[in-house]
Design a binder for this molecule. Structure first.
Ligand code: NI
Length: 396
């Protein structure tokens, strides 16, 4: 029996130094040149077959076991966010305005650690592990699609054909020690929308001669609140958030146009369908009632991340054996955040799990995407141990 936790512990200094190096030098989506370069070099030094440039800055490494078997893709995202770091940590970002505020520096370090562990036990591996270091999870960043989609376009799921996927996220919503491995939906599907309202501009003192798009926008925003409160069943999950409102140039001018943008989140395809329908009807209908024309544009960002029951059950079993003292949580766990791993799990059965990483005593409990976000690095060890042992188990 391989003691994966002990192996991850023995490699902790390596994992931590990698994580801190990535943290000091964060790179935005599709610009992970330095990060990807280090990843490729590390994987090559282990003797893996490495391909660069899959999804622009993505890196893929193949580790073949000595026995034949299926192919498992394990994915780690590498990108940082356009945030100015305010943690005061000794490893603070040296790239002004860019910060690893979601923990992807930790994911990349975990991936390299898993590669070391599995390479050492290659003789016991049945099948192939495809290490997938993905760029731009956080968005398109000026490209026509995000990192996961671009890697799929470039063939990451073929040659060899991927049978299952595993991926993880360090999770500051939960304390160090908590491990969340759930069946079914875990991350919401996301859409982004724009509503452009066109009225008729004029003098602020003569509203009766205008069609005021600001008054119409206010009604539309209010009415949209009823999509989730009146059209979605109380035990179902959905979010409709208007997040930007833009209109007007002067205090005495009624403008011609108003523009709203925002996001819609859902899990269930039927709920999504209903929400999109009502969203469109309300935006157009209310705008029309107010005399305005509405252009409504809704674009899908990602589908929901749905874990495969059988793959999730295997990971739960692994976690129970590996970390008997850990607070393994197998209850349904759904967050309204989005994650582009959904595109891979839409094509291949997989499991996306969470590693609790906050530590209130050490003040490491700010939320993801906060300028003070940081996590307890001990979570890296648990993440690496669970990913390595779950990978080996699934290939068994
Ligand atoms: Ni993230």
């Amino acid at each position: 029996m391989i003691d994966y936790l002990a192996e991850a512990k023995a490699l902790f200094t390596y994992t931590q130094s990698m994580r801190r190096d990535f943290h000091i030098h964060p790179e935005l989506g599709f610009h992970e040149v330095r990060t990807g370069g280090i990843v490729a070099k590390e994987l090559e030094s282990l003797g893996l077959e490495v391909t660069k440039g899959i999804g622009k800055t993505g890196v893929v490494g193949l580790l073949e076991g000595t026995k034949p078997g299926p192919t498992l893709l394990i994915r780690f995202d590498m990108d940082a966010l356009p945030i100015s770091e305010d943690t005061g940590a000794e490893y603070t970002s040296q790239n002004q305005g860019v910060m690893h505020a979601c923990g992807h520096d930790g994911h990349t370090a975990i991936g390299l650690t898993v590669a070391k562990i599995l390479q050492k036990h290659r003789n016991e591996l049945a099948g192939t592990v495809k290490f997938c270091f993905q760029p731009s999870e956080e968005g398109y960043n000026g490209e026509e699609m995000g990192g996961a989609q671009m890697m799929i376009r470039d063939g990451v799921l073929d040659g060899p054909k991927v049978d299952n996927t595993l991926s993880l996220h360090l999770w500051n919503e939960k304390p160090l020690g908590w491990i969340g491995v759930a069946k079914g939906p875990v991350m919401a599907g996301a859409e982004q929308f724009t509503i452009k309202l066109t009225g008729k501009g004029g003098h602020g003192a003569a509203p009766h001669l205008t069609i005021d798009p600001i008054a119409a926008a206010a009604q539309v925003i209010n009415a949209l609140q009823t999509v989730t409160s009146r059209n979605v069943a109380p035990l179902q999950a959905a979010v409709v958030s208007v997040t930007t409102v833009h209109s007007g140039t002067a205090f005495n001018v009624i403008p011609q146009e108003a523009e709203l943008t925002g996001t819609i989140r859902t899990f269930d395809p039927a709920v999504r369908q209903k929400v999109l329908e009502r969203f469109d009807q309300i935006a157009r209908g209310v705008a029309e009632t107010m005399g305005c024309k509405a252009e409504v544009n809704v674009q899908r960002v990602t589908p929901a991340v749905i874990n495969d029951d059988a793959v999730a059950a295997r990971v739960q079993q692994t976690a129970r054996t590996l970390l008997p003292e850990a607070a393994l949580d197998t209850a349904p766990y759904m967050t309204m955040g989005a994650e582009d791993m959904a595109f891979m799990q839409e094509k291949v059965p997989g499991c996306y799990f969470f590693i609790g990483s906050n530590n209130k005593e050490k003040h490491l409990d700010y939320g993801h995407h906060h300028p003070k976000f940081d996590f307890d690095e001990e979570a890296l060890m648990r993440g690496a141990a669970l990913m390595a042992s779950a990978a080996a188990d699934i290939l068994k």
